[in-house]
Each structure stands twice: as C-alpha cells, then as structure tokens.
Design a binder for this molecule. Sequence first.
Ligand SMILES: [Zn+2]
Length: 320
Amino acid sequence: MPINAFNRLYMGSAAILTYHMVVDRDTYAEALNPIRRSMVTLERFEEQIRFLSRRFTVISMDELGEAVKADGAERYAVVTFDDGYRSTINNALPVLRKHKVPAALYLTTSFIDEKRLWWLEAHDLIRKETGISARGSDFPCSAGNTEQMEETLKGIIMFGSASRENQEAVISALKDAGARPSAEAITWDDARLLSGERLVSIGAHTHRHLILSGLSESEARADVSHSKRRLEEELGKPIRHFAYPFGGAAHAGKREFSIAAEGFETAVTMRRAGVHAEHLFQMHALPRYPVMQRDTPLLLGARLSGLEAFIKHRGRRVVI
Ligand SMILES: [Zn+2]
C-alpha cells in the first residue's frame, strides 16, 4: 500500500498526544519508573513541539470536532498534559508560547485541594530507601535494588488508585514515614494563572485519580462530577473536556464513557491510535498517544503515522 494511502487510512485526521512532566536532565536521570516513563526532558520536549508545529496543524480540544468533520488533506495534532504538575508551568508553558502551540491541561482536583501529590511523595520516599505499609499491605523498600524499588512504587500507585480508602491509607502512611509535599504540586492560584493563558484550556481528570472501572457507578460519577464542579468554582468558566485516569481498556470502558458524556463535550483515553471520522460518534472515547523521552522527531513521526496502532490493533481503525 502506498505510504500516503496508508497514512490516510490509519493515521486518521488527528493525533492527540499525552504528556505529564517536562523536567531537567538530572531529574529525569534520577527518577524511578513508572514516574520516569511519564517524564520528558525540556530539550526533548522542545524538539517534539517544534516537529509537531512544523508537520501538523496543532489545534485545541475545542477545535478537534470541526477539524475531524472537515476530513480534508490537513493533519492535526492536539497536545495534552495530565494530572497538573508545576513543571508544566515552569518548563512546558514557555515552549508552548514560543511555538504558539495550544494545549489542554487535565487537572486532578484533590491534588490541588489537599496539596498531596501522593505518588510523587511515594517516589521521593522510596528513593530515600524508605518503605511503607497501608491497610495491612506492606510495600518494603530494598535499598540499592532499583528494579525492586520500582516494583514497590508501582505497587503503591496501583494500591492507592484502587479506592478512596486505600488512597487515604497510603497518604497517611506516607505522612507517618516522613514524606514531604512534592515540589510538583500546584495551587489554585497556579491553576487560575494557567486558565488565563490564551493557549491553554483546562479539563478535568477526576477528583482523586482513582481507577474509575473499579468503583461503584455512583462513586465513579461523584468523583468525575466533583472535579468538574471544583474547577468551575475556582476558575469561573465551564469545563468541557475530560481525561480518564490511566485510560486503558481495564480502567475506563462503556460505563465510564457514558458518565463522562453527562458532563463533558469530549473525553480522552489512553488507547493508542489516531482520531478518525468515526470518532465524531465516539467523542467520549478518544484515543491518545503517550509521548516519551525516546521519541525523537523521527520516531514520533513514525508512531503518529498510524503504523504502530495498525499493528497493535490488527488493522482496526477505531478501538473502544
Ligand atoms: Zn493521570
């Protein structure tokens, strides 16, 4: 199949990209997975944004529906950031401004309300070789064994994301173990500053960042709607876009899509694929590509061509 026809079929009209933290080289080098996997260095970020702004028309989430509907020869990209980190303000925003690239920021409101970015607190604690236990589950730390430290960190994150009770137990265990508030945590003043940026649109990412599929329907709905309400109260504008925490098939499915549809115009998952015309009827199950440190412009271009998604999804264009 000629590459142009292939691109047209599998890349789709648009690619939505996911970032978390944009950090300096030392922070990246010292970080443990899975946190490190959600970081890119400032240098790499600027390379990627420069590449995107040259190769694609970078648009906002508000413009996505119209762009996909037009289905012309143009290819679009949407840049998104999840969770709400200080590094987005300090490092990413100046680059976005320089290249005039719009971005959606999906904020987790309990991180702001309670000033507890608990998984980064756990990360920093484990790097100092301290383990915790919560609700009878032990998360020991083996000094010097990076692989095991990373396993422990992953265990804490998944345990603390399973229920409100687990999360509260993790937060209090971290406190007892001497964890300090993360420097990456943002305040409502920061959120207002971001919200006032012309290039930035703020979306919701739930209140507690729990795995929605594991909650009862009423708990899931309450966590989603509470984040929308808090953002609207604090920022004084309607919040129209949403991102599912984790966003894989195991974390958000049909039930979560219909909950998001009650309060938002769009909702993004972490299913890796391009956005196609068929998504106009699936605006609450939009796919996204994670962007990583290894993504040089060349690799990023190859991934966004749709080839990876074609292989992974065995030729299916729309993955629900
Ligand atoms: Zn998240």
